[in-house]
Design a binder for this molecule. Structure first.
Ligand code: ZN
Length: 288
């Protein structure tokens, strides 16, 4: 099952068409893409058993974030050994947790204004929680995942890493700093949801390329550790960390510049496309 947010309405993705869930279910399920997580299991069972038929063609530019208003967004730092090494963390470092405030979430295709000249890319697999979760056991954890999507954890490095006053969460929460999508894919759609190719490219040059199987804490371990502290709610998001290849770790350092295009890809999910603009310029554009 693949679900998306088409102009604020929950849709099933069938091939290259979208089926409106509220209409196809006769109102049984909501049109709000966030509300469906309150009854995710019933929705998934319905969606995988009905033949919704062919829907309407749609433009990927019209998609919003598949999970638009999560109660909580957890983000994991230093979750790939090669990235820990390039970022200067000791080999025995454990992943860290912060948040991206939900207002930074955006759809799969968007323009992002650059608040400074030190904004960096971080391609990440993102998972959505399917049910209220406390102290989940590792062997049960995948059963608490509604689906997998793709995200960028865009990061303003100057404020994020400001010496004694680091601002991890704010630095990663500027407008449109959390593009996600293009859709949410249920785990059963993957031969192995723990081993997916993930990459991103900048103006056609590959800058990150890895497999999610090289995470230090895999998805079940993240759910175990997060739910040991926090109650997780249906429709919460977890950004699972980025592999190596970020611009801040390059020599010389490289950051996003106005006019550049970042394309991110996750095997079995799809692609995000972000174009960057100097702050203040986007509002004067062509209005699209
Ligand atoms: Zn990150």
């Amino acid at each position: 099952v693949r679900v998306a947010n088409l102009q604020g309405r929950l849709v099933l993705i069938e091939g290259d068409t979208a089926v409106d869930v509220a209409e196809a279910s006769g109102g049984r399920f909501p049109s709000d893409p966030q509300a469906v997580f309150a009854e995710w299991d019933a929705f998934r069972d319905w969606a995988s058993s009905v033949d919704p038929g062919r829907g309407e063609p749609f433009a990927v530019e019209a998609l919003g974030p598949p999970v638009p208003r999560p109660a909580q967004v957890f983000a994991i730092g230093v979750n790939y050994a090669a990235h820990a090494s390039e970022a200067g963390y000791p080999p025995d470092s454990t992943p860290v947790t912060f948040t991206k405030f939900p207002s930074c979430l955006a759809g799969p295709v968007c323009e992002v204004e650059l608040p400074s000249s030190t904004v960096d890319w971080e391609v990440e697999m993102v998972v959505a929680v399917s049910r209220e979760t406390s102290r989940v056991r590792r062997e049960d954890a995948w059963g608490h995942v509604a689906g997998i999507t793709l995200g960028q954890d865009l990061s303003e490095r100057t404020s994020q890493l400001a010496g004694a006053r680091p601002q991890f969460s704010l630095a990663k929460s500027h407008a449109n700093f959390g593009p996600t999508g293009p859709w949410l894919v249920t785990p059963d759609e993957f031969a192995d949801p723990s081993d997916l190719a993930i990459s991103c490219s900048l103006d056609g040059e590959t800058v990150q390329s890895a497999r999610t199987s090289s995470m230090i804490y895999d998805v079940p371990e993240l759910l175990v550790r997060l739910s040991r502290v926090c109650r997780l709610f249906p429709g919460d998001l977890i950004f699972t960390g980025t592999p190596s290849g970020v611009g801040n770790a390059r020599s010389p350092k490289r950051f996003l510049r106005p006019g550049e295009v970042l394309v991110s890809e996750l095997e079995g999910v799809g692609r995000l496309t972000q174009r960057f603009a100097a702050q203040g310029f986007a509002a004067q554009g062509d209005g699209t």
